[in-house]
Ligand binder design. Structure first.
Ligand code: HEM
Length: 473
């Protein structure tokens, strides 16, 4: 039988098929709409922490950089609570300002939150440096770096550090100095001893020079064209690598590993396969430690001078403490010892309080390695998580009158997890003892040999205070 389109049966069939197509279309569109609806309103979005993501792409970056950082964090904390979301530097972030939640990220569930840095920083420092890693490679390196910075390892460096101070201070006399720059000079020289030991190889001057060229690019835009600071820094990084490899080869061949972190890294053998570290692993970690040691310590020292200058009574009390030690040293006709530095309680509290008040590392960056259920919220995989050290250090519940510079608050130990100037957990700072030691030695000589601008002027301090976040900017 042949059907013609004009037959009633054919027309009915056509209508049925049109209706069927229409229904399928409607169903398909409804399904798409449902998918879109679910995409926007997935149950997981409902559980994201409260907060504002700001403008598309730029998020709240401009606000963070134009507002006072203290107000940026505290306004959001007041509005949204201790855990809030935001969007900065092109990344969705969760900021955390309760001690317990910070501990969860950094200690108890640290495996779910890996450290994260801009790729340009990784390229400049070297991708095999410990702070870019998690797991077994990180813990192997951490043990080695820690071994070079334990009190037992650094106590022998007191006289060398003192020598650096004794050579540095006279260059300040009768001059207006840029405090931060001078402190960087000091912290760099101490970091070099810590990295290479006391042996001054021929390569050392070249290494110092190239490191200085490299550091000029640390805070530059990552534009790798001839002439840009980043390009120059990367060129210096390559040359630095060559110089370091030569030094490593020389020390390997001579069989004398010498001291410092380099000596420890050269002597390191994997317990299982007895593998040595490669030259690039060693070079990246040497550069990494110098990077971590310099700007941090220099910024804290700069703040200490500012706080002592602003609190003359305190300065006099610190000077008295140091003069007491000074007279004992003079009687015995000897230099400063490790034991002397253990008898400086007030000066140590000034350092502690400066670390709290200035909180030079306001926060650190982590990244969720998977979707994480966190205190009733969801932190999606890939989001940055920022424990806010500064907010915790400035919380009146833990530190009454937080804006007041008051070292006496450290006569009683702070509540657990409320004081983290050196971080917490697997990535916490291995250099804290060295940093404190070099600050004590400098303060000893500065207070006992020089006088502050007011009331007895003989050293003029031009305080150039920098709050640059040297590893999370
Ligand atoms: C007052 C000075 C210093 C402060 C405030 C400071 C602070 C910190 C903080 C907060 C961290 C942890 C970062 C994080 O969790 O993401 C850290 C890590 C680190 N610091 Fe320091 N630091 C100082 C001095 C030093 C010195 C003198 C050295 C070495 C000689 C050093 C070497 C390191 C290293 C290697 C790491 C990475 C550890 C890891 O990833 O396991 N720091 N520092």
């Amino acid at each position: 039988m042949q059907l013609s389109l004009s037959s009633p049966f054919a027309l009915a069939t056509l209508r049925y098929s049109q209706a069927a197509i229409l229904i399928i279309l409607v169903l398909f569109c409804s399904f798409l709409l449902l998918l879109l609806f679910l995409q926007w309103h997935r149950p997981r979005d409902k559980r994201l922490p409260p907060g504002s993501m700001g403008w598309p792409y730029v998020g709240e970056t401009l606000k963070l950089y134009t507002e006072n950082p203290n107000s940026f964090f505290s306004n959001r904390q007041k509005r949204f609570g201790d855990i809030f979301k935001t969007h900065i530097l092109g990344c969705p972030c969760v900021m955390i300002s309760s001690p317990e939640a910070a501990r969860t990220v950094l200690v108890t569930r640290a495996h779910l939150f890996k450290p994260t840095y801009p790729t340009s920083k990784e390229k400049m420092i070297g991708p095999e440096a410990l702070f870019f890693h998690q797991g077994s490679y990180h813990s192997r390196l951490k043990k080695l770096v820690q071994a070079s910075l334990l009190p037992s390892a650094i106590r022998g460096s007191v006289s060398q550090i003192e020598q650096i101070v004794l050579e540095l201070l006279p260059t300040w006399k009768s001059n207006t100095i840029n405090t931060l720059q001078e402190m960087k000079r000091y912290a760099f020289d101490v970091a070099m001893i810590s990295a290479f030991g006391s042996k001054q190889d021929l390569e050392m001057e070249g290494i110092k020079h190239l490191y200085r060229c490299l550091e000029k690019g640390y805070n530059s835009m990552p534009l790798d064209f001839p002439g840009t600071p980043f390009h120059k820094a990367m060129k210096a990084r390559k040359q630095l690598d060559e110089k370091l490899r030569k030094l490593i080869q020389k020390r390997r061949q001579s069989g004398r590993h010498e001291g410092g972190l380099l000596g420890i890294l050269l002597g390191a053998k994997d317990h299982v396969k007895l593998n040595q570290l490669s030259d690039s692993q060693i070079a990246d970690n040497i550069i990494g430690v110098i990077f971590a040691a310099q700007d941090t310590t220099a910024s804290v020292l700069t703040w200490i001078l500012k706080y002592l200058h602003d609190n003359q009574d305190l300065l006099e009390a610190v000077t008295r403490e140091q003069e007491g030690i000074r007279s004992k040293i003079a009687e015995a006709n000897r230099g400063l010892t490790w034991e002397d530095t253990r008898r400086m309680p007030l000066t140590s509290r000034v350092i502690q309080e400066t670390l709290r008040t200035a909180s030079i590392l306001s926060f650190t960056f982590r990244e969720a390695v998977q979707d994480v259920e966190f205190e009733g919220y969801l932190i999606p995989k890939g989001w940055k998580v920022l424990p806010l050290f500064r907010s915790i250090h400035h919380c009146a519940d833990f530190f009454p009158q937080p804006e007041k510079f008051d070292p006496s608050r450290f006569e009683v130990p702070p509540r657990p997890n409320t004081y983290m100037p050196f971080g917490n957990g697997v990535h916490s700072c291995p250099g804290s003892e060295l940093a404190k030691l070099e600050m004590l030695i400098l303060l000893h000589h500065l207070t006992t040999t020089y006088r502050s601008p007011l009331p007895r002027l003989s050293l003029s301090l031009s305080l150039s205070l920098s709050l640059s976040l040297s590893r999370t900017d």
